[in-house]
Design a binder for this molecule. Structure first.
Ligand SMILES: CC(C)(COP(=O)(O)OP(=O)(O)OC[C@H]1O[C@@H](n2cnc3c(N)ncnc32)[C@H](O)[C@@H]1OP(=O)(O)O)[C@@H](O)C(=O)NCCC(=O)NCCS
Length: 353
């Protein structure tokens, strides 16, 4: 599931195809095997009725040529032990009404984690929720993969007996010069609201014998905003989700829009010819959109990867135009498409899959 922009600022979860790690034996590389695999994956995506395919890239130079756009960004944050967040009182009240409890992660937790995660994909833009089977496989403890750290732990957040979030993490138990120097390494961090997230993070920075909590977040994550400045963080950024629009007219109808538009867009797609050509894209005042083929002269020209980059609001059409990727033929067309695709927040950082 992926948290997609809904009409006029909402978010709704939709099923998408995901591509996990790919590998080609070095004896057979650079002969088109990856190209064939991605082509087959995208055909399968369309045949299964999905409009979007997503992946996380080990190298950024590979997937743009297949029509994927870099759709969200992750910032590495390191919160020192004892960090105090100055969140508004309403959020503090929610956090204080939230109970946290730890467990060692087991495949048996998968259904419980999926229930919270899929609920979050309906409220957090760009959130990718893994399937029950995938969570069960990932939470199985493999001692050889601990690399000197403890088994993975879960911290559940509950409110009035209902799960509202969880963190999946492990500590390294490091010591330096007779002092604790450990790190809490968080891999999944999910909360249905910001109170649940604050409660989890407050508890994580309060664990004994650690000096910091390391987590990947969106650059505009409230955990950063509540600290007043990104200077408080030793933040490095990387690309998170790459998104590929597999079926353009279906994807246009599936997504919601922030502002009305009526544009003729020339879309270049060298991998999926069914998307290639000039489309009339209309979004109405209720944030519902549709796309149909047209023969008219285009208002602007872009690559399918430009739309993928902007589909979750992680990049803007304006910035893509400034960089020269989106070409405007009618004044105002870039502004209109930019306004329609805008989102209230940046997309969430998505856990690996
Ligand atoms: C990356 C990998 C999957 C590529 O497979 P491959 O079969 O050699 O790729 P192809 O021959 O189909 O190449 C397709 C295109 O991608 C390009 N490409 C391949 N690997 C690339 C890389 N590491 N960086 C940039 N471009 C790359 C090729 O030049 C080719 O471009 P072109 O069509 O414009 O000429 C393979 O080299 C591999 O297994 N590497 C190690 C594991 C890895 O990095 N996996 C990737 C992410 S999980």
């Amino acid at each position: 599931m992926l948290g997609l922009p809904g009409p006029l600022g909402g978010v709704r979860a939709v099923a998408v195809e995901g591509l996990t790690q790919v590998g080609v034996h070095p004896d057979h590389s650079r002969r088109g095997v990856l190209r064939a695999m991605v082509g087959s994956h995208l055909e399968w995506t369309r045949a299964s009725g999905r409009t979007l395919a997503v992946l996380k890239a080990s190298e950024p130079g590979i997937y743009g040529r297949f029509g994927y756009g870099m759709a969200s960004v992750a910032a590495l944050t390191s919160f020192p032990a004892g960090t105090k967040w100055t969140a508004p009182q309403g959020i503090v009240d929610l956090a204080e009404a939230t109970h946290t409890a730890m467990a060692t992660a087991e495949p048996e937790h998968a259904e419980r984690l999926y229930a919270v995660w899929s609920a979050c994909a309906n409220v957090h833009l760009g959130m990718v929720a893994r399937s029950v089977e995938d969570i069960a496989r990932t939470t199985r403890d493999v001692p050889e993969l601990r690399v000197g750290k403890e088994p993975r732990r879960l911290m559940f957040a509950t409110r009035e007996g209902v799960d509202v979030g969880f963190a999946w993490f492990r500590r390294d138990g490091a010591w330096s010069a007779g002092r604790p120097a450990g790190t809490v390494d968080v891999t999944w961090f999910v909360g249905v609201d910001q109170g649940a997230r604050l409660a989890l993070m407050r508890r994580l920075v309060d664990l004994d014998l650690v000096t910091s909590v390391v987590n990947w977040v969106a650059p505009d994550d409230p955990l950063v905003t509540w600290l007043g400045s990104p200077r408080a963080l030793d933040a490095r950024t990387t690309d998170s989700v790459w998104l590929r629009i597999a079926d353009l007219p279906a994807a246009v109808a599936e997504r919601g829009y922030a502002a009305p538009c009526d544009l003729r867009i020339e879309v270049r797609d060298h991998v999926i010819p069914a998307n290639d050509g000039v489309w009339r894209v209309v979004a109405d005042a209720t944030g519902i959109g549709r796309a149909e083929r047209t023969d008219g002269a285009p208002d602007l020209t872009l690559d399918i990867a430009d739309l993928g980059a902007c589909w979750l609001g992680g990049q803007t059409i304006g910035a893509r135009a400034e960089a020269g990727f989106v070409v405007e033929h009618r004044p105002g067309a870039v502004l209109a498409l930019d306004a329609a695709l805008r989102t209230l927040t940046l997309p969430a950082q998505a856990a690996d899959f």
